[in-house]
Design a protein around this ligand. Structure first.
Ligand code: SF4
Ligand code: SF4
Length: 211
């Protein structure tokens, strides 16, 4: 088997990214990773991943934000928790994967033609806006955004479903959407405040460490 080496450059690091992830409840143990590779060994999906779970832990710790958030690995993680159960340092790898997915969506840094993050983003948008998810519209949007040629190839199926009334194009919505909107805005504001607090904490720790 041919071994290929990828050189990582200092300039590609986004300093503070690892600290930010570690500051999230459940991700604190990340620093104690010993790079044993047990997580990659037990992961049933690692053969399909661009970076193994062990590599993702190393990249996060070393502040390679863009590589991690753009990777397919975090989206292929099926949340089976095998890695978390087996990790000798009790690192909650699955929770770290969740945190990375959230960041990728919020910051818009994810593989744009990869169906899983696009589906997650559209699901979030629809639930946020309408309080409900209309599955067929969601699936159609995902296909159009990732592989519209595949969607075109399924026109016969779509037409059949439409004729039988099994493919309603009307987006379902809850009543009193204004209340949902207020609730979501409050949650967003709380999240942003919490993020600012964490950033301030990390900066002050750095200043303390430097003096
Ligand atoms: S199993 Fe735990 S300690 Fe070992 S590489 Fe994975 S995260 Fe690190
Ligand atoms: S939780 Fe995700 S990364 Fe961990 S073993 Fe399962 S699929 Fe792999």
């Amino acid at each position: 088997m041919e071994i290929t080496r990828t050189i990582k450059y200092e300039a590609d690091r986004v300093k503070g990214f690892g600290d930010e992830v570690r500051s999230v409840p459940g991700c604190e143990q990340l620093q104690s990773c010993i790079q044993c590779g047990t997580c990659s060994g037990v992961c049933p999906l690692s053969i399909y991943m661009d970076y193994s779970p062990r590599q993702v832990m190393a990249l996060v710790r070393s502040d390679f934000k863009n590589e991690v958030l753009r990777s397919h690995t975090i989206w292929l993680c099926a949340s089976c928790y095998s890695c978390t159960v087996e990790c000798p340092r009790q690192i909650r790898i699955t929770d770290i994967m969740y945190e990375l997915k959230q960041r990728a969506i919020h910051e818009g840094i994810y593989p744009k033609k990869f169906a899983i993050p696009v589906l997650a983003k559209e699901f979030y948008k629809m639930a946020y806006k309408y309080g409900r998810v209309t599955e067929n519209v969601l699936a159609a949007t995902m296909f159009l955004k990732t592989n519209w040629l595949a969607a075109l190839g399924m026109w016969r199926l779509g037409l059949g479903l439409l004729k039988r009334g099994r493919f309603p194009l009307k987006v379902e919505s809850i009543k009193r959407r204004d209340e949902l909107d207020r609730m979501m805005r409050t949650v967003d504001r709380l999240n942003i405040d919490a993020l600012h607090d964490e950033k301030k904490k990390i900066t002050s720790h750095r200043v303390e460490a430097a003096t």
